[in-house]
Write a protein that binds this ligand. Structure first.
Ligand code: NI
Length: 186
C-alpha cells in the first residue's frame, strides 16, 4: 500500500525486486499458502521490506513482486525519524473484524500515483506466522488495520480499485495501460 505523496516512480533503482504494475494477470491470482519457512523465503521477505521502503510504501505483498505465495510485509510508521516497525507475515488471515468501519485514502505500489477512498472494518484481529516460524495474533487499528487488509486482499487477487465503481476503476486501469506502454518505449 502507498499513501499520497509516497511512491514517486513505479520503478526505483533502489528496489531489490521490481514491482508488477496493474493490469497484470499475476496480480489477479489467489496466492498459495507457504508450507515451510526456507532461507529463500526469509530472504524474499527481507528483499520485499527493502523494496517497500525504497518505493516508498507502507505495505507490499509477494504477488506484487511476481511470487504467488501468501506473504506480506508492512510498516505503517510514517512519522519522520520514528523507529521503524517492520512486520513480516506468512499466511496472514483476518480472524475477526469490527462492525465499525473506517475510510482511508489508499494507494498501491502496483497502481502508482492513483489514490481513492476505501471503506473497511476499522479494527481487525490478524493471525500469521512470523519470520521465526512462530504463530502470532494481534489486533490492528487505524492505518495498520487498513494496510493489513489491503495487503491480504493482494493474496486473494484483489486490488483496492476493485472497491471502486466501474467508471473510476476503468479510468485508472486505462491510465496504467498508458503508463506501461510509455515505460516499455523508454
Ligand atoms: Ni497494494
Amino acid at each position: 500500500m502507498a499513501l499520497r505523496g509516497g511512491a514517486r516512480s513505479p520503478i526505483s533503482a533502489l528496489m531489490k525486486r521490481p514491482i508488477l504494475i496493474h493490469p497484470d494477470p499475476r496480480l489477479k491470482k489467489v496466492a498459495a499458502p507457504v508450507a515451510d519457512l526456507s532461507d529463500a523465503r526469509r530472504q524474499l521477505a527481507r528483499d520485499m521490506l527493502e523494496t517497500m521502503y525504497a518505493a516508498p510504501g507502507i505495505g507490499l505483498a509477494a504477488p506484487q513482486v511476481g511470487v504467488p505465495e501468501r506473504l506480506i510485509v508492512l510498516d505503517c510508521v510514517k512519522e519522520e525519524g520514528a523507529e521503524p516497525q517492520p512486520l513480516v507475515m506468512f499466511n496472514p488471515e483476518v480472524v475477526a473484524a469490527s462492525d465499525e468501519l473506517n475510510t482511508y485514502e489508499e494507494g498501491c505500489l502496483s497502481i502508482p500515483e492513483q489514490y481513492a477512498d476505501v471503506t473497511r472494518p476499522a479494527e481487525v484481529q490478524v493471525r500469521w506466522i512470523d519470520e521465526s516460524g512462530a504463530e502470532r495474533e494481534e489486533e490492528f487499528g487505524g492505518l495498520w488495520a487498513t494496510c493489513v487488509q489491503h495487503e491480504i486482499d493482494h493474496l486473494n487477487g484483489k486490488l483496492f480499485i476493485d472497491y471502486l465503481g466501474p467508471m473510476k476503476r476503468q479510468m485508472i486501469t486505462r491510465k496504467m495501460v498508458k503508463l506501461k506502454r510509455e515505460k516499455a518505449k523508454a
